[in-house]
Design a protein around this ligand. Sequence first.
Ligand code: C2O
Ligand code: CU
Length: 410
Amino acid sequence: MWGYDGRFPAPTSTHLHGGVTPPGSDGYPTDIVVPKGWRQPSGHSGHGGAPMPADVWQVSDLTKEYDYPMDQQAATLWYHDHRMDFSAPQVWRGLAGFFLVRDDEEERLPLSAGERDLPLMICDRAFDEDGSFRYPSLDPSLKGEPGVEDAYMDGVMGDVTLVNGAPWPELEVDAVRYRFRILNASNARRYRLAREPGGPLTQIGSDAGLLARPVELDAVTLAPAERAEVVVDFSRSKPGTEVLLVNTLADGRMRDVIRFRVARRARDESRIPSRLVDVEQLGRARVAAVRTFDFRLTRSGGSHAWTVNGHRFSVDRDLAAPRLGTVERWRFTSDFHHPVHLHLAHFQVEARDGRAPEAHERGWKDTVDVRPYETVDVLARSHGYRGRYMVHCHNLEHEDMAMMANFRVV
Ligand code: C2O
Ligand code: CU
């Protein structure tokens, strides 16, 4: 049961990102829970869009019961607000959290556990002098007109890095291996995370589950909403030294993410096995259909909008109708950085610009970093439930500006 404690002033919709969830509990943008006294839900399908008709809203007063059957493998999921037109400012204000799924297959692995298995939610935010969140909403009350000032069309970035809510934190660690479940919870910022001084990061998991085998990397790139599970081995660092995790895509203060202080030597019974879990290769499955989704800024007359296949979001347009249980090849093309996310359907990257993906992208995913003018092919399995789901850009400002579409599992 999710409800109001009386403080958050606006409607919410809660989406379990990466969850295999029935449609009525999936956090559809117009399926909202409203605070006391709320009248007249507004909805404009983003920047300058036409108001949405009243009958598209499904309104629950104060509380709504969400059904999460959790018939899925161990993975680092998260949940966040998905309210129509207002997800970006509401996630910015903190409506997001981790949701860790465990299973026996994972628990049998000799990976770091307990206090050495740590989720790290990384995001950038900005603050006013009084410590409140600063966000360029047209209407900061979150009650009236949605959207941000035109200068923020590409997405809103902050000038403070938070890890689990704390600005540029320090963590004391033992000189052993740690498993970090890293989430990029930023609205629009991408990260390329590396150790300083240099050293390997061993990726063992991606968005929707563990990889088949560990992959050793110099850096881990995460677009908004992507997750990477990474083992960091501090055993070669002398007690008393520091290891920084930095974002090599940023400069100055925003380059720093988190500082680890290696405190002492300690026993470490963990290992990184050379085989982690069985990952079914969708490349061997029959492809039931091929579809293309083009993410781009569409200009018409004097105005512009973030669109999918030329359309801004509309509740009653479905762009695809995959059959339950089938695998389809979905091709994403774009004009800009767009992290593309599918609800319900987990997928595997098949190709980037026609080339096979790197090893760390061969596991199960729910969000893929589509880079400017790139073509990304994924094999997606529509599993679990029939009904209406979404494919959308997870740059939250683009999402609020209607860069979303429905697909319907039939
Ligand atoms: Cu993480 Cu539709 O969202
Ligand atoms: Cu986008």
